[in-house]
Design a protein around this ligand. Structure first.
Ligand code: ZN
Length: 222
């Protein structure tokens, strides 16, 4: 599901993390005009994450990046007393990938992003799930279904693309070698604005830099 069109805006669901930040840089290299979208759900890491995303976009500094659109999608009513909203019992560095599953996460995100695209005349939406994601809502099949659902509405068709769906983390990191990856943010339990160094996502981040032999200049609290 890669794209070759260079004339039209492509929206990118951006989290400020490694994968979606590298995706933005990759689409820029392809000459695309990018509309970054960030969905804020009042999860404990989002203040630091969204600041990192803004900084990444600022440093990449391209006229081909439109101003970040921030969409609000509060989830406390759904998630209740969950580690993502309470910050307690956050999955640690020794837990499996599955430990950080957020119920309905991609379904919720894609609804907000896709409807934004349809209201703003944007015909293409890119997301950065990897082919190695263990989650059912990160697959091509899932997003094909989502695309079909949105295209039940009349008007401009929406295409959902997953440019990294054939890649693993190492392959994506290699594509991002020259990006300012130190400005990305991955932590689900930040300590005073920096990566905690102990959570599931910090462990994944450290491993990602190690796998491709890149210097990890991230500041970790421990
Ligand atoms: Zn962390």
């Amino acid at each position: 599901m890669t794209s070759t069109r260079t004339d039209e805006i492509i929206a990118v669901l951006a989290s400020g993390g490694l994968d979606s930040s590298i995706l933005i840089s990759e689409l820029l290299r392809q000459g695309r005009q990018i509309q970054p979208l960030y969905v804020r759900s009042d999860l404990v890491w989002e203040r630091d994450e969204s600041q990192s995303l803004r900084r990444y976009l600022q440093v990449v500094d391209s006229p081909k990046i439109n101003d970040l659109a921030v969409l609000s999608l509060p989830l406390e009513d759904l998630y209740g007393d969950h580690w993502s909203t309470s910050g307690e019992d956050t999955p640690g560095g020794d837990t499996a990938d599955e430990a950080v599953f957020l119920p309905g996460r991609n379904a919720l995100l894609v609804v907000k992003a896709a409807v934004w695209c349809q209201l703003n005349g944007v015909g293409e939406l890119a997301l950065a799930p990897l082919g190695t994601s263990p989650f059912a809502d990160a697959t091509e099949q899932f997003f094909d279904h989502a695309q079909a659902m949105f295209n039940c509405y009349p008007g401009k068709p929406l295409r959902i693309v997953l440019p990294f769906s054939g890649f693993n983390k190492r392959q994506v990191m290699q594509r991002g070698r020259d990006c300012p990856l130190e400005l990305t943010f991955s932590c689900i339990s930040p300590v005073e604005g920096i990566h905690c160094g102990r959570c599931n996502k910090c462990a994944e981040r450290r491993q990602a830099f190690r796998e491709v032999g890149l210097d990890d200049s991230t500041r970790y609290a421990s």
